[in-house]
Design a protein around this ligand. Sequence first.
Ligand SMILES: [Ca+2]
Ligand SMILES: [Ca+2]
Ligand SMILES: [Ca+2]
Ligand SMILES: [Zn+2]
Length: 360
Amino acid sequence: MRLHRTPSFALAATLALGLAGAVLVAPAGAGAPAKKPGGPTTGSASVFMVNPVQSSGNQMLTDQKDVAAAVLPSDYATVPLRNLDGSGYLRGQWARVESATGRPAYSTTGEYFYNRQQDQFEQVMGYFWVNQAQEYLQSLGFGVPRSGLKGIVDEPFSVKINQYGGDNSYQTDKPYRIRLGKGGVDDAEDAEVIVHEYGHAVHADQVPGYGSSLDAGSIGEAFGDYLAVTVGLDAADDYDWPVSAEEACPMDWDSTSYTAAPHCIRRFDRNLTVESRRSQVHYDGQIWSQALWEIRQDYVALGESTEAWDTTLIASQFNYAPDTSFGAAAEATYDLAMTRDGAAAAERVKARFAARGITF
Ligand SMILES: [Ca+2]
Ligand SMILES: [Ca+2]
Ligand SMILES: [Ca+2]
Ligand SMILES: [Zn+2]
């Protein structure tokens, strides 16, 4: 386990006031000449523990026009920023914060301590959580030599923060990049928004042209939600962070702007089936994500790990067609579960999809 702790109250209070001393901000026009000293390849930063609703359990939190005081210091944690390229900017092996509202975060000491009111906080969140998601894929074996599992998004992934005023994060697959908007709660203040968008890049990398049918698009939304939740729970476990909201709840914080409490953008327990679909990818995705979530519980009940399920699920996605149907994708998942995890696991996969009206 990697050991990290939430900052001391004194340090956290300093962060909340925006007075962190060691932070340098690049001068105007930065990024051009390289005569400045760089920074270390592992830094240190303040981030949300997935998001402040999930860590605190406080469903009454609201954005309050981005003021620092809307979120308590205890909902920030100090974390390592790994795999930086040493430039002093938030650029590294797996993530690259390309442009942003506000000056690019820059530090010669590797310290990137900001609060949510500062534009650089979202830059840090983007870097940290994309790196974290990639490290999670690698922890499952993807891209690890001799694992038999190909690397996924095996390149620095571009993160553009606050490019649009609306609440409209989206991912475009060539080149791999996400744009994180500023509507309501700033999108990059919620790790589950960042990792959801990264999930689209995972599919696009695994299957070129992925998402060209309604079912494929719905699976894309479902997997993004699922990946966001599983990466966040894995991080909470690694760093000993509290999980004080429902586990099966994506985007607890971003969705405070547009949902009633308990705040979740979508749910994994709506009991939707293919018969109740609305032919809308986000809505219909909840058919698929419920199956993914329930299979996860079944794996645990069978004595398998959630990581075993995540590995099987993600590896099976290499076998999807770009315009897959629910049924074909479920069959690909079933086949790989049989190979990797055995008949009992595979039967649970089949049953959970069947309960959603997905058969093959
Ligand atoms: Ca903010
Ligand atoms: Ca938002
Ligand atoms: Ca959550
Ligand atoms: Zn999406």
